[in-house]
Write a protein that binds this ligand. Structure first.
Ligand SMILES: Nc1ncnc2c1ncn2[C@@H]1O[C@H](COP(=O)(O)OP(=O)(O)OP(=O)(O)O)[C@@H](O)[C@H]1O
Length: 265
């Protein structure tokens, strides 16, 4: 799936622009979102508000529905129930979990980056992204031949060049070496003012999530728990899912949670 920037009105899911909301901080609200494929229940009763410039981490075991939720927000699939409300026009930036270029498709880095809307940033701001993500020497290279870390930098640049107000990072650190991971975390933590935006970060890196996030949502087809890391760490649902792996390198623990209704902290 390509990096994509979609205005809210391209979403298939019921997205409405709500200019009457009194809380000016809200950017996007998901209300009672469910997604089924036939009898298979992928997501149930999801309520999430994301505020302007807020970073939200989304965690959950394999198959919890994290990527499905991202697809719903991106408008790539349509929810079975519920609604999404964009409180201001959404400019979405997306760094996908995987980016597979077919071997027969010539796609240079400069070709991919040229898809961004050139009018959204000044040339100095664009150069800032190129310099800080060390892209200049990669521009004529084929996407197919980039390393994992180089690919992530290009995809992040592609998303940022559109100056998103909601940046969705789907497991951005997958396949990166520890030094590159630290560097990338620092880069997204310290975005300059002209790139500040809300972020939804899907991550399996529990240590980063619990150290580096202000708000964490724990998904397992429904929202098991959510809150600040300090609140989450003592919640029963979090303990069931991740408890004894939290102080060790994270290894997923199969989850036997049987809830069908959302239960929040
Ligand atoms: N189009 C589809 N048809 C049938 N099942 C699907 C489809 N898309 C996803 N699923 C199933 O829905 C569940 C949730 O998938 P999803 O990719 O959203 O999980 P995830 O939390 O992102 O997992 P991971 O951490 O492994 O990336 C999985 O069991 C998956 O097999």
């Amino acid at each position: 799936m390509n990096t994509s920037t979609l205005p809210s009105n391209q979403s298939n899911t019921a997205v409405t622009n709500d200019s009457t909301v009194s809380n000016a901080d809200k950017l996007l609200s998901l209300k009672n979102i469910s997604y089924h494929i036939g009898p298979q229940r992928l997501l149930s009763h999801i309520d999430i508000d994301i505020a302007v410039n807020e970073t939200v981490s989304l965690i959950g075991p394999n198959g919890a529905g994290k990527s499905t939720l991202v697809k719903l927000i991106l408008g790539l699939i349509e929810s079975t129930d519920g609604s999404m409300t964009a409180h201001q026009p959404l400019q979405l930036g997306y760094v996908p979990q995987r980016f597979a270029v077919p071997p027969i498709l010539p796609l240079r880095v400069c070709d991919l980056l040229a898809q961004a809307d050139k009018k959204r940033l000044t040339s100095e701001q664009r150069q800032f992204i190129f310099d800080n993500l060390s892209l200049t020497h990669l521009l004529s290279r084929q996407m197919l031949h980039l390393s994992g870390g180089e690919t992530q930098r290009v995809l992040l640049a592609r998303a940022l060049l559109d100056k998103p107000n909601l940046l969705i990072l789907d497991e951005p650190m997958q396949g990166l070496d520890p030094d590159t991971e630290v560097w990338l975390y620092q880069f997204i933590d310290e975005l300059p003012d002209f790139l500040r935006c809300a972020m939804l970060v899907v991550s399996h890196d529990l240590h980063w999530v619990m150290k580096g996030s202000r708000r964490v949502i724990c998904l397992n087809k429904h929202i098991c728990c959510e809150g600040q890391p300090s609140e989450l760490a003592i919640s029963t649902e979090f303990q069931k899912l991740f408890g004894h792996h939290y102080e060790q390198p994270y290894v997923h623990q199969p989850h036997a949670c049987e809830h069908h209704a959302p239960s929040k902290l």
